[in-house]
Design a protein around this ligand. Structure first.
Ligand SMILES: [Zn+2]
Length: 132
């Protein structure tokens, strides 16, 4: 019996890998935020677990580096960006730069799957931030 093509065709999803990584990262960050909240309540209990997140199987060095840098910033913001990226996957705008509309290079998406801007626009945003 023929079935109508569903628009959630996972097989043809070009962003399946990124989606999985986003979900994975989101789960880790959510868990980590909870852990940190717990840790804040029980200060100094486990000194051996100083790593902010378990990174053993997260993939590329680039990704780990970015993630580490980002973790120093705001986990909450990253979570928001992950949700936003997943939202953009649903509406089909994922992979396009939010600012200039150009395609975000695959290598950048591999490094930061939750990014919504290209390298150039990200740098511009950084500069603007520094000028404030
Ligand atoms: Zn751009």
């Amino acid at each position: 019996m023929p079935t109508l093509a569903k628009h959630t065709a996972e097989k043809n999803d070009p962003f399946e890998i990124h989606r999985k990584r986003l979900f994975d990262l989101r789960a880790r960050l959510s868990g980590e935020m909870q852990n940190m909240a717990d840790a804040a309540l029980n200060q100094g209990r486990s000194e051996s677990s100083s790593l902010p997140i378990h990174m053993a199987d997260l993939g590329s060095d680039n990704f780990e580096q970015e993630l580490t840098l980002t973790l120093v910033g705001s986990e909450k913001e990253v979570l928001n960006r992950i949700d936003f990226a997943l939202e953009r996957m649903r509406d089909g705008s994922y992979g396009k730069c939010e600012d200039c509309g150009k395609k975000i290079p695959e290598t950048r998406l591999e490094a930061i799957p939750y990014t919504s801007v290209c390298v150039q626009c990200a740098e511009l945003q950084e500069q603007n931030r520094e000028e404030e």
